[in-house]
Design a protein around this ligand. Sequence first.
Ligand SMILES: Nc1ncnc2c1ncn2[C@@H]1O[C@H](COP(=O)(O)OP(=O)(O)O)[C@@H](O)[C@H]1O
Ligand SMILES: [Mg+2]
Length: 458
Amino acid sequence: MRGAPVSLRRRLVLWLLALAAGLALLLFLTIRTVAGQAAEASLDGVLGAATLAIAEGLRGGEDGVELDMPYSAFSILGSISEDRVFYRIDVAGETVTGYPDLPAPNETSEGVGPAFYTSPYRDTEVRVAAVSRTVLVERSPVPVLVLVAQTRAGQEAIALSVARRAGLLGLGFFALAAVLSLLTAGSVLRPIDRLAEAVARRGPRDLRPVNHPTPRELVPLLDALNGLINRLRGALARTETFIAEAAHHIRTPLATVRTRAEIALRQAETDETRETLRRVIRAVEESSRSASQLLDHATVVYRSDRLAADQVDLARLIDGLADRFAPTAELKDLNLVTEGTAEPVAVPGDRLLLESALRNLIDNAIKYSPSESEVILCLGRREGGVEITVADRGRGLQGQTQSSLSRRFTRGKNVDDVVGSGLGLTIVEEVATAHKGRFGLEDREGGGTCARLWLPSA
Ligand SMILES: Nc1ncnc2c1ncn2[C@@H]1O[C@H](COP(=O)(O)OP(=O)(O)O)[C@@H](O)[C@H]1O
Ligand SMILES: [Mg+2]
């Protein structure tokens, strides 16, 4: 049992889409992180500058620390966003102004620049910049700590808008990648489709090696296919040769049997013996005819993919066949008439095969005609080719179709009384196909059958 076949296209597209989705997500995260960091860094810069500005305003005086509060620092902070600002100034560990509950840094750094940290405060979270300074009061150093804090609603708003844009960008990237992956899958798989088409387009008898340009990856497949075709062709040729030889070996002794039976018939004394011998002769005739047709058929199959390219003069061929069939026709008092054979009419083709096809058509016409009727063999030009018609006044097809009658070993239900093997029309059709021609069998106006074989003349 074979499950649903794996689709390379689906697999390729899915992988490419997964890759695109991963890359789009990475793009989104990267943009968001980098933009978030950039926003934080720039807001930190302003916050630190404000803190430093306050720290600059600290002076050591005679009786304590003086502060020249630079209110411009707060207005700069306010101008950037709508965030709330808190501050706290500690002198020697005591909060002297601002919000005493503002969270202090874990370790006080004595660096020049401000230290930044994020900490929960009241109902929200704040970003704090801390600057430590030492101020001389009465010649003794006093540590001063300046804290400026700011809520970060502004930064969150920036982050959100950046995230939205990054999301849209990621989606756009993904959509583009999806389209590209479909196109890629199509272009990668096209050579496979082409190869499959090229193989499917071949006729059932076409056993030439497949010579289709393919990408390097498909060369082993193509080689394997051609190897298979080669072996198949070899096997077919051997089979056909075997059939031909077998038919030949059967025909020769049959001829001997027939001669003996005819002699015996002449010498027979009782009616009963004569009747038996007649039956024997008829059976031998039937077998010998079948053997001939098997031989013909094997020849057609064997030669149809390496046709001899002769110029065959159909006029001469038909005249010759008419002469050959004249005795048979005479036995039935049939009139065998040829038309259009005065001038030579040449077509490219294989003489042996064309002769075999015509012989079968004439044989049918004579076989299935009543005595004292007429069979017409007509040669004419038609539609850029040559058409041979074989018309009789026999029993007609009686509603049977040509396609069913042309099957191998298939005989019609209108011919029980006549010997035959059912290979004749198969041979005709195969010869027509091998010559890129057409074959048709139809009821004839006024009774009888008309067979048409059309062959291209170039
Ligand atoms: N000229 C014809 N008139 C009537 N029937 C025909 C004629 N030619 C072919 N047929 C039908 O087509 C069938 C197949 O023909 P063919 O392949 O030559 O086999 P066979 O002649 O050995 O029966 C015949 O059995 C017959 O039914
Ligand atoms: Mg026949």
